[in-house]
Design a protein around this ligand. Structure first.
Ligand SMILES: Nc1nc2c(ncn2[C@@H]2O[C@H](COP(=O)(O)OP(=O)(O)OP(=O)(O)O)[C@@H](O)[C@H]2O)c(=O)[nH]1
Length: 635
């Protein structure tokens, strides 16, 4: 499998980083847009509030200016009438009439009065038995010195103690001499009531100050009845700053010194009179709708930000999952690759009996070059059609039925040599199957060798005693099934020891090998010649049940052994043999037959070596019974 480029390995985490960065930028842009929009809304709200409060200040200044002008006109009229009518103190009725006349024209005025040159009120409110004296009031001296109407600083009335301002004008008698003043008292309450009629929101405020900034009257929507600060100068720095730069009219925003409420305040100085009107709308009021916008837009922005962040997180989590799956897949692919490239297990994928893929291990195992097996029929790997058919039909049917199939069989290398292979298969799809092949040739051969060592005689390569016993058991089984007879012979060489003694052990071995070869040459394929140990051999002859036939064959055997044997050292030796044989049948026991043959052979040897003795089954049984009797007697 090709290795993954580092860029692609890092792709998911990089993508996540870009995603996070992108979303952070989106959220930042969103917040910036919201802030920008709210800021411009705030500015327009403030401009609108400035405009509104300035309009209010302007209309109020016009209105208050008109009231003061009316009062001014009334006082001028009184002064004119006073002079032209040569009125004097004695004509109080005339004075009262003038005052009543003018007072009826001035609803805003609490009282109209006239003093003499000493400040004693001689007509109007404050006159009487104990007349009020206003000589010490600053406005008296100011009025005396001025030809115009004087507007006093705010003061508390000596008549009723209420806060008010006094509008005063001097009186000149017909001689042109100062004759006192006439003054009008306008209570602060009058202004407060007027201001209270205005729409000022929940905490707006309107106030009236003299030129010296003393508070004449103030109405605050938040605390309507208060007279706090009347007559005093509680000023915010913003107000002072604005008045210093724009003395006649202006707008500023500040926390008002009297109640610490933030307001946007407009002011207008009256053109002809030394008073200034202040109108203020609280920030809380004029920014109320803006604050609602702030909440709504902030909530919306937060929701969008949360949605974007949530979506990012989901994408990030998805990427992480994909990344994990990719890593798992890569790991799996790596494992699979390692498995496919292993040296031990050959693998081939077959489609319709043809190799569509195989791993290097398989090619190595069968001796083919890389890719050489591609598209070749699987028959190429089998030794015989029979093997191929067995695997292709029985094996394929088994794995398609969901069963496991495994077989060990010799297969064919490219050079034609055979070797043992363990074959197992599995289904890949309806048309494809995967076969795993393991080279078990060495294992098989060592198994065979072990098997051989267990059942063969190492010197002569003849079957050993164990194998003879197995073949005897098979023969007995056959005899029981089919009633066949057979012959079992025991053969012991005569005069073998002297060969050993004279020519050495190797020569003895050579004699044993040649005797074995001669014995094998004389018997049929189905017969068994076995070496029982030392110079003893056994011959099993299945199907040979007639004594005469047995004797004839054994005679040939004897002749064959008696022929001189040529040794490798150039010498030749001759040995003889004693042969005992028993004709067996299905009723016999293998152990008994072996013992009987051995005994018969010894009997032959006792009678004089180089002899053959064959006995019948009946003789064998008689001998067994005699043995049993002997044993019983002995016991
Ligand atoms: N060279 C060789 N000698 C063996 C082997 N196995 C046994 N012998 C010898 O074979 C001889 C068998 O003894 P015997 O059967 O008494 O010898 P024999 O001369 O044939 O005597 P009789 O049977 O009485 O005629 C012994 O000397 C064993 O040492 C073998 O594998 N190779």
């Amino acid at each position: 499998m090709p290795k993954m480029h580092p860029l692609f390995r890092q792709w998911p985490s990089r993508m996540t980083a870009w995603l996070v960065l992108g979303n952070v930028l989106v959220i930042a842009a969103l917040i910036a847009m919201t802030v920008f929009s709210l800021r411009s809304q705030w500015r327009s709200e403030e401009e609108r509030a400035s405009q509104t409060t300035d309009n209010l200040a302007q209309s109020l200044s016009v209105e208050i200016g008109a009231e003061l002008r009316n009062a001014d006109n009334a006082l001028s009229t009184i002064a004119l009438r006073f002079r032209s009518a040569r009125l004097s103190r004695e004509h109080e009725d005339s004075l009262m009439r003038i005052l009543d006349e003018q007072e009826s024209l001035l609803p805003q005025v609490d009282s109209l009065s006239i003093t003499d040159i000493y400040g004693h009120v001689i007509a109007g409110d404050g006159a009487g038995e104990k007349p009020i004296n206003v000589f010490d009031r600053p406005y008296f001296a100011q009025a005396m010195m001025s030809a115009d109407m004087i507007v006093s600083e705010p003061l508390q009335s000596r008549y009723d103690g209420q806060w008010c301002i006094v509008l005063a004008r001097r009186l000149i008698n017909h001689d042109g001499q100062f004759a006192g003043i006439t003054f009008a008292v306008v209570s602060s309450r009058h202004f407060v009531e007027r201001f209270g009629q205005l729409a000022l929101g929940t905490s707006g405020a309107v106030s009236l100050r003299t030129d010296s900034l003393n508070l004449v009257a103030r109405y605050s929507a938040g605390e309507p009845g208060t007279t706090r600060g009347f007559g005093a100068r509680n000023l915010s720095p913003a107000m002072l700053h604005s008045l210093s730069t724009h003395p006649d009219h202006g707008v500023y925003r500040s926390h008002v010194a009297l109640d610490n409420v933030e307001r946007i305040t407009a002011y207008r100085r009256l053109a002809r009179y030394p008073v200034i009107v202040f109108t203020g709308i609280s920030s809380q009021d004029y920014l109320a709708s803006w604050w609602r916008q702030v909440w709504q837009q902030s909530l919306l922005t937060a929701l969008v930000a949360v949605a974007v962040a949530g979506a990012s997180w989901l994408i990030h989590r998805h990427q992480r999952t994909v990344q994990r799956h990719q890593a798992a897949l890569a790991h799996l692919a790596q494992q699979q690759q390692m498995m496919l490239q292993n040296d031990l297990i050959g693998m081939v994928r077959l489609q319709d009996g043809k190799a569509v893929w195989c791993n290097p291990a398989l090619e190595r195992m069968f001796g083919y070059d890389a890719g050489e097996l591609q598209d070749h029929a699987s028959r190429l790997l089998f030794l015989t059609d029979e093997d191929h058919l067995r695997v292709a039909t029985i094996g394929s049917a088994a794995i398609r039925a969901g069963e496991s199939y495994r077989v060990q069989l010799p297969m064919r290398r490219k050079d034609g040599s055979a070797f043992w292979v363990d074959v197992s298969g599995m289904v890949m799809s309806t048309t494809e199957s995967l076969w795993m092949l393991v080279d078990i040739d060495k294992l098989k051969r060592s198994e065979e060798s072990a098997q051989q060592q267990a059942t063969r005689d190492a010197l002569t390569d003849l079957p050993n005693r164990r194998m003879l016993e197995e073949r005897l058991a098979d023969t007995l089984l056959q005899a029981r099934r089919h009633g066949d007879g057979f012959t079992l012979c025991y053969l012991d060489l005569d005069g073998f020891k002297p060969v050993n003694d004279r020519y050495g052990h190797d020569a003895g071995d050579e004699v044993l090998r040649q005797v074995a070869r001669r014995l094998q040459e004389l018997v049929r394929n189905k017969d068994v010649v076995a070496r029982m140990g030392g110079d003893e051999f056994a011959i099993l002859l299945p199907g040979l049940s007639r004594q005469q036939d047995a004797e004839q064959l054994l005679q040939r055997v004897l002749f064959s052994i008696q022929r001189r044997i040529q040794l490798d050292n150039g010498e030749s030796v001759s040995v003889n043999a004693s042969i005992g044989a028993v004709i067996g049948s299905g009723g016999d026991e293998g152990r008994d037959l072996l013992r009987a043959a051995d005994e018969v052979m010894y009997e032959a040897k006792r009678r004089g070596k180089g002899r053959i003795q064959v006995i019948q089954p009946s003789q064998l049984r008689a001998a067994s019974e005699a043995d049993a009797r002997d044993w019983a007697a002995a016991a």
